[in-house]
Write a protein that binds this ligand. Structure first.
Ligand code: AMP
Ligand code: GLY
Length: 442
């Protein structure tokens, strides 16, 4: 006997137990899983492949996020009502296109839309076509062009490899000679291991960096609260770039008038511009901004949530995330889909010895239970695995220790209190996440 009449959209029934599949296995995906499972409408959350901590909050499904066929098979196997994609790679490989073709619900942009992240030259040319504020630039395909274009820039010059490079494809060159070498090494493959077809030269911008993210339904957008990432490995923004060593989020980062400005001049024109060019953009649009003396400028777009910004941002989300995801997929996003806490939040990334270079893994992590007992603290796992009842490090970024409090200084103190309880050999973390915001009362 059928429980419901056929043809009825079961997922629209309030209280209908939904199954969600999250793709990815980092700190961002742990935060997504943690938030989604709080929904009374969600009966089960699966995560492919997940990690040592995600397995506490979701059923982990082994698999490779780059293998689109395997993702389709997993969604069928767990009977996922909605699939949520964490990382950019499956999006740029067309996971959304494939799921949609097969009638499976999935949250994120299509392959064509994801070009805003996967091709820096596409993003720069798109911004120029649609008058979206960004640094002056030149696209070069060989060393000759590189030399000619460099004559139009003054040092320092930013050199970017076209294509996904996990944060490693950007060099801030102090001199033009250094820029020429970096660009040539990107084209030849010497710098990144594989040659890139195009190199983007950019004017160097100065200011505070802000991660401003929106969820789009192809037409309208709903903003998330802003966050600031800390990309360099060392205190005081020194050392090499990483995937992100920590983030904080507070309402003082950008005010309501600035949010309106960013929606009007950046987020909405991007979505409208993509549509005008025949590409509907649904999912998360991450605008990486530099707040310069000339106003906010776009450094980059990402087609997914940030890591570790998501850990900090979702700690402040009081309404459901599932509803925003559904509204994006169904093309009906509403202005008030997100309700935010006025609290501040802070995420401190704890990394393996050696990260962001080659790092040591397989270290036993202690103190996680004690840290978990602290109020308003959540330890999100990134590179961890579970073995013989213990948790071991398995990646460069290992944990995202996240706290929330009414005042930013208290959120920071709480996060570091929790970090202080956690121990593994050769672990390292920045001691100054959010500190600049306190000094400059950003
Ligand atoms: P991207 O992957 O394009 O966001 O670049 C990575 C990081 O490099 C950014 O988060 C900035 O810290 C820095 N960066 C990128 N573009 C510029 C620029 N035009 N001026 C100054 N810093 C930049
Ligand atoms: N936190 C930077 C990124 O997710 O790209």
């Amino acid at each position: 006997m059928e429980a419901y009449p056929t043809g009825y959209d079961l997922s629209s029934l309030v209280g209908f137990p939904m199954k969600i599949l999250v793709i990815g296995g980092g700190g961002r995906e742990h935060a997504l899983v943690w938030k989604l499972r709080q929904s009374p409408r969600v009966s089960q959350v699966f995560c492919l492949p997940g990690n040592g901590g995600i397995c506490d909050d979701a059923s982990c499904v082994p698999g490779d996020p780059k293998n689109i066929e395997a993702l389709v098979a997993a969604a069928h196997q767990v009977e996922a009502d909605i699939t949520v994609v964490g990382p950019e790679l499956p999006l740029s490989l067309g996971v959304v296109d494939e799921f949609t073709r097969r009638g499976l619900k999935i949250f994120g942009p299509t392959q064509a839309a994801a070009q805003l992240e996967s091709s820096k030259s596409f993003a720069k040319e798109f911004m120029q076509r649609h008058q979206i504020p960004t640094a002056h630039y030149a696209v070069c395909v060989n060393e000759d062009e590189l030399r000619k274009s460099l004559s139009l820039f003054s040092a320092p010059v930013v050199v970017k490899a076209d294509g996904l490079a996990a944060g490693k494809g950007v060099v801030i060159a102090a001199t033009k000679e250094e820029a020429a070498t970096a660009g040539a090494d990107m084209l030849s493959g010497k710098l990144l291991g594989a040659p890139c077809e195009r190199v983007v030269l950019e004017e160097f911008l100065e200011g505070e960096e802000v991660s401003f993210l929106v969820v789009s339904d192809g037409e309208r957008v709903a903003p998330l609260v802003a966050a600031q990432d800390h990309k360099r490995v060392g205190d005081g923004d020194t050392g090499t770039n990483t995937g992100g060593m920590g983030a904080y989020s507070t309402d003082t980062l950008i005010d309501a008038a600035m949010v309106e400005w960013l929606l009007h001049h950046i987020a909405r024109p991007v979505i409208a511009g993509m549509k005008e060019e025949g590409v509907e953009y649904r999912g998360v649009l991450y605008c990486g901004l530099m707040m310069t003396a000339r106003g906010p400028m776009v450094l980059e777009f990402n087609c997914r949530l940030g890591d570790p910004e998501t850990q900090a941002v979702l700690m402040r989300l009081e309404s459901g995330l599932l509803e925003a995801i559904e509204e994006s997929i169904e093309g009906r996003i509403s202005d008030n889909v997100f309700q935010w806490s006025a609290d501040a939040s802070c995420c401190v990334v704890v990394a393996s010895g050696g990260y962001p270079g080659s790092f040591l893994a397989g270290k036993k992590i202690s103190g996680l239970d004690r840290a978990a007992q602290l109020e308003n603290v959540k330890v999100f796992h990134a590179g961890t695995t579970r073995r013989d009842g213990g948790i071991y490090s398995s990646g460069g970024r290992v944990l995202g220790v996240t706290a929330r409090a009414a005042r930013l200084e208290d959120a920071i103190a709480k996060a570091y209190e929790a970090v202080g309880l956690i121990q593994f050999e050769d672990m390292h973390y920045r001691k100054d996440i959010g500190a600049r915001a306190l000094r400059s009362s950003l």
